[in-house]
Design a protein around this ligand. Sequence first.
Ligand code: DQA
Length: 156
Amino acid sequence: MSTNEHSKVLLINGPNLNMIGTREPQIYGYTTLPELETQLTHKAGELQLALSCFQSNIEGEIINQIHKAKSENIDVILINPGAYTHTSIAIRDAFLSVDIPFIEIHISNVFAREPFRHHSYLSDIASGILVGHGLFGYELGLYRAKNIVSSRSSKT
Ligand code: DQA
């Protein structure tokens, strides 16, 4: 890959994450999703990554987006699957079918919450997991995405 070609990162936010800013602000904070996406797009540019953002409350739409990422040559996916983390074998299968490295992100520390949030259908197949860092976890995810694409291109 030439040095001025940005690697492609897709951010997927799952159900109810369109409500951050007003949803349980003691857990998820006061920043809205559009504000977060704007901040991350700026940060991605600094890291020479091209970020696209997608949010859906619908499991099948998230699966379709993961499939589409393959044909769009997305290099890394960052995903906060919301409650689908704890329920969705179908999203797990979607990741297994595209073979794109992905990072699982949770704003809250799910391990300090209800027991049903302790299990993830994705963590064991993720390239990494960022849990409980608040919205900064997404920025950390961008750094890790950069690290993944850099270490890959240094091997080619
Ligand atoms: C979440 C944690 C999930 O358990 C929950 O259902 C969410 C958000 C988080 O970012 O902390 O919707 O993924």
